[in-house]
Design a protein around this ligand. Structure first.
Ligand code: 6PG
Length: 243
């Protein structure tokens, strides 16, 4: 797999690269197709990027009225729970920019996991062309130390799901349920940006770069591009130089 990868000095430089890419791709999508569909990453890594995107310098240049926000995955907790990916994005970004509330498409985690997944799949069907894969203009993804991305954890059912674009996933490693986009959905995207920071991810990133088929390595859009935005400490074991 050809790994599009850029290395940055630190996590803040990665955040700036994400915010720059968001503004550029959002303006391009709106110009070409009249709207921008983006799937957010959860976890902790993207928070600085969302907070930077909410600052005037970036937010003033993004087409919020034509932006539609989704999530690559969600924890099956209430939307105001400390672990909620929706809550993190709402606090870091969505409450601070003029995006219409109807353009924020969260996973309805008040429902049981399977029902939440079905409802989210219907949300995607309504936004994208029914029957074809949801083709996001931009998908933001993180990577766990085990090589998972979104909630596609190693040896879990959702990782091998090839019919549905969304499903509930029992993650036994953490004794939790998640709702996640599947590889067919992620690989239908126009643009994918992985955000990887922290020394703890260096060994896993080297495994991905070395060709090991970890879940994150299996995101390689058929008709799109994937670029890894990596902080230097996470790239420490890679044979690359700073961007
Ligand atoms: C989640 C994320 C998950 C995350 C990785 C990395 O819901 O947790 O979608 O895939 O991106 O676990 O998490 P950190 O950014 O916190 O290291």
């Amino acid at each position: 797999m050809r790994l599009g990868l850029s290395v940055y000095a630190d996590a803040q430089a990665v955040a700036r690269a994400v915010a720059d890419a968001w503004v550029r791709l959002a303006r391009e999508a709106v110009e070409k197709r009249g709207r921008f569909g983006v799937a957010l990453a959860g976890g902790g890594t993207p928070r600085p990027a969302y907070e930077l995107l909410a600052t005037l310098d970036f937010a003033s240049r993004a087409p919020w009225k034509r932006t539609h926000v989704f999530w690559g995955d969600e924890r099956c907790v209430p939307p105001d729970h400390a672990d909620s990916n929706y809550r993190m994005a709402r606090e870091a970004l969505l409450d601070r920019v003029p995006i219409p509330p109807e353009n924020v498409h969260r996973v309805l985690t008040e429902l049981p996991p399977d029902e939440a997944a079905r409802a989210y799949a219907q949300t995607l069907q309504r936004f994208f062309s029914p029957g074809s894969p949801p083709r996001f203009d931009l998908v933001l993804l993180g990577m766990g130390e085990d090589g998972h991305t979104a909630s596609l954890f190693p040896e879990t059912a959702a990782l091998e799901e090839h019919a549905r674009y969304v499903c509930a996933n029992r993650v036994s490693q953490r004794d939790v349920w998640r709702v996640t986009l599947t590889l067919p959905a992620l690989n239908a995207a126009r643009h994918v940006r992985f955000l990887v920071t922290g020394r703890a991810k260096a060994a896993t990133l080297a495994r991905v770069h070395g060709g090991e088929p970890l879940p994150a390595a299996r995101v390689d859009p058929d008709n799109g591009e994937v670029t890894w935005l990596v902080a230097a400490e996470a790239a420490a074991l890679l044979p690359v130089r700073l961007a």
